[in-house]
Ligand binder design. Sequence first.
Ligand code: ADP
Length: 646
Amino acid sequence: MESRDEIKVSLMTKRNQMKGKITRTTGFQDFKDRVFVLTRDKLSYYEGNLSKRGKLKGEILLASVKVAEKVDDGSLPKDNCFQVCYEDSLNLYIMANDAKEQEEWVSLMQEACKNNRGLLPMFHCGVWQGSRWSCCEQVDKNAPGCKQAFSQRSPTDMTNGKSTTNNGPPTPRNITKMPLPPPPVPAHAKRELPAPPPAKVVVAVYDYDPSQPGDLQLKKGEEYTITDDSRTHWWKALNREGTQGFIPSNYVQEKTEKGLIGEGWYCKDMSRQRAEALLKSEDKEGCFLVRDSTASPGTLTVSVLCKTPQTTVRHYHIKQNPRDSKYFLSEKYTFPTIPELIHYHQHNGGGLVTRLRSPPAALTGYAPVTLGFSQDKWEIQSTELTLMKPLGSGQFGVVRLGKLQGRTLVAVKTMREGSMCEDDFIQEAKTMTKLQHPNLVQLYGVSFKDRPIQIVTEYMCNGNLSSYLRSKGRELAEDRSPLVDMCHQVCCGMEYLERNKFIHRDLAARNCLVGEHNIVKVSDFGLARYVLDDEYTSSTGSKFPIKWASPEVLEFSRFSSKSDIWAFGILMWEVFTLGKTPYPNLNTTDVVRQVTHGKHLDRPQRCPHAVYRIMKQCWEKDPLRRPTFKELQVQIEDIQEKDYCE
Ligand code: ADP
């Protein structure tokens, strides 16, 4: 039975895919009949037949399709074959029952995938014969295709496998030979794709220079219409000139009725701690910003730095008069829009502790840096990398500063051979590139065609948090808010991992990195699983991070988000001791004894009681009694300046 969102259903023959394996035999030796089902976002195939569909055997996300074309090869046991290439070099060959069915499927697939990112310009219309392509005699399986793909052809060329030989522009001589448009698809097959959701308008919050063909340039403050937001991180957008392309979704914000996006002083997702830390680091009287209030969602807060009699940050809610909907900070001065209100207070104190002057220059540093590259791209070629100075070395090998594609600064971790379980990691890396959060070090991709493997991540100019605290700690500790802010940032990154059911397993200050303006990001998440060194993985090993391990990890190697919570408590302790090693005078046996007997680290000298209370919750012996990162996030947000003096 076809359901409403099924565009086409056919019983056809599929070749065994032998994913990733190169077969020595030639041709199509393994075929199965499957029920193929095309929906708006997937091509799925099932066991069974048209009247009784069996088990789901596989599915391909249409967004991952790179080629959908006919196959034209005399060596095939059946005619009417077409191919779907998807993800990274996976090929599905399907044999339709007749030419009409083949035509319909290719046409529908091309229509459904025509806006895909990563469509290949060329394809092979033959098959790989074990040592060469039957269509072009090339002997490299990965050799680029020899025929222009549908993405490059004009609509009138589309779907007609044979017509692709006629790629030149129409001239008087060949115009009569121009292929006819595809035959009309019968009504039952040509079910219209559901209409896309209504377009939304966004404003660019940061400039973006395209890094891949098909990307669209963003100019801060300009408006764009989103035409496809079905993927999380890359949206398709139209600019004012009508050019369409992909943009990173976290570089834009939806236009709000308040019309604040693009204002230099507005920062949507900023915690009070971050605002205080930023304003204090700028250290200028009247330095201010406007943010969404964490305490009362839906309202906005103006945070402003005042230096007399002593340096403090004051927070004012922007209120709205219920009678005329006008905005105000002080009831005497009301304004129809927030920009007008801010403009007024930039020129008059109007009851505030100080006149608003300018937003912190560092506000742009709050940008979520880059969001990586196209969602599909995670395999990086070593030729795309230029290696520069060493940044440090660790468990797996040396980390160097590098440039990707000659323009983006990155960190490149060259894995010492034998230090990690490479195949498993490569599989996992693809998933890890999709973990994206402003407080996680972005994994851009992995270069693994040549050995040694290289892991390419976002570059963080201030190195690891532990060393940073030791060198810059005194400066930071003059006021406690940067320290609370750092803990809050790590907590936000960890809350994202917790939400995505991803366990870090080695959270510690040494595995967090610091960027500009004290931005802290969690790094090396999940890597511990692929380490091959027993000294590191076994809880009795000399390199095992015992001082960050919870009792259930020490006793049963039971890792969970709750064991990450324990480690987070230790990390908070590291932050408030400005980078001291926990349990400074204890050897590992004593640490284990102390932890299993429920004795905790003492409160660091400069640690407010409110912060120490949070640490202690992380060190509950029973993992179930420990809070979640979500809960901790709220608690840290609740810490007020007055708590520092407790
Ligand atoms: P390993 O995981 O092999 O133990 P690390 O990831 O800890 O290695 O890296 C070693 C050191 O290299 C870090 O302590 C840090 O100083 C530096 N480093 C690592 N990654 C980056 C990065 N993305 N940006 C800047 N410095 C980095």
